[in-house]
Design a protein around this ligand. Structure first.
Ligand SMILES: [Zn+2]
Length: 112
């Protein structure tokens, strides 16, 4: 369990980084994966999130649901990472197509 404890300590140390959106994509994926499967770290995250969360939302006590807010934050964070990855793949693909096209045009101009 020592390894797992170390992992939890690391995760909990990085909670402010997650809340302040200063994590790298792979860190976000590892972090969100962990808190979803670790009640202890999720609890810790919800406590720290509650401290920094927008005070306007807290005024509306009936409308504020910490679990909903947290899950939305986790989902959105993962979504952003996945979107970035998709965009990156698209860019690589477009760069490839453009390169092929340019090569074709150059070859056409040279050999025609
Ligand atoms: Zn944990």
């Amino acid at each position: 369990m020592a390894k797992n404890e170390l992992n939890c300590a690391n995760i909990q140390k990085n909670i402010p980084k997650f809340i302040n959106r200063q994590m790298k994509d792979d860190e976000i994926m590892a972090f969100t994966e962990h808190v979803r499967n670790c009640p202890e770290c999720y609890e810790e995250l919800s406590i720290e999130y509650l401290i920094v969360v927008d005070m306007n939302k807290l005024d509306d006590v009936d409308g504020f649901n910490l679990d909903n807010e947290l899950n939305r934050l986790i989902d959105k964070s993962r979504e952003r990472v996945e979107n970035r990855k998709r965009m990156f793949g698209l860019k690589v693909f477009l760069a490839f197509v453009l390169t092929m096209f340019a090569a074709y045009v150059i070859a056409y101009l040279i050999f025609w």
